[in-house]
Design a binder for this molecule. Sequence first.
Ligand code: URA
Ligand code: SF4
Length: 181
Amino acid sequence: MTNSLEVIKNQVISCTKCELCKSRKNAVPGKGSKNAKLVFIGEAPGRSEDKLGEPFVGSAGKRLTEALEEAGLSRDSVYITNVVKCRPPNNRVPTQKERDACRDYLEQELALIKPKIICVMGNTAYGSLLDGKDITKNRGKFLEKDGRLYFITIHPAATIYNQELVSILKEDIKKLRDKLE
Ligand code: URA
Ligand code: SF4
């Protein structure tokens, strides 16, 4: 049986499967439409997400929202989630153990939504889902694996420190939108 988004959400907010549960303020379940054709996967909640319990609501989220809107996509029409659902202390990269502990929630989200395309954003998601390494070399590409179609792009936070990446993210999201049509 596949659980509803509500059930998955309730599992996540009460989860104690890894150490990150001890330092979080709020666990951050994925958010969006269960009918989404696109699922976006980031790394882990940051400070704002931890505070509010929602994914991509801080400065990286602002960049993602802008890129989506410029491509004519609303946040409500897609689904946005992370490799791990709780904030790692000081925003460190989640460990393999933490990613493994949290993996079932991501699998449940994907099994329920069955998106046309799964967009991995940044090295953590790329590494966790596709065993990939060098995001800058591979971004902008589609890849099929185990019957799922993936798209690889940069993490929206990268655009905060490097202005040149703003247009790269926007172009990638438009490419993704075009593939849906
Ligand atoms: N960065 C992420 O990877 N995910 C969020 O939800 C926010 C910032
Ligand atoms: Fe559970 Fe995932 Fe949070 Fe770890 S990161 S406590 S596995 S929800």
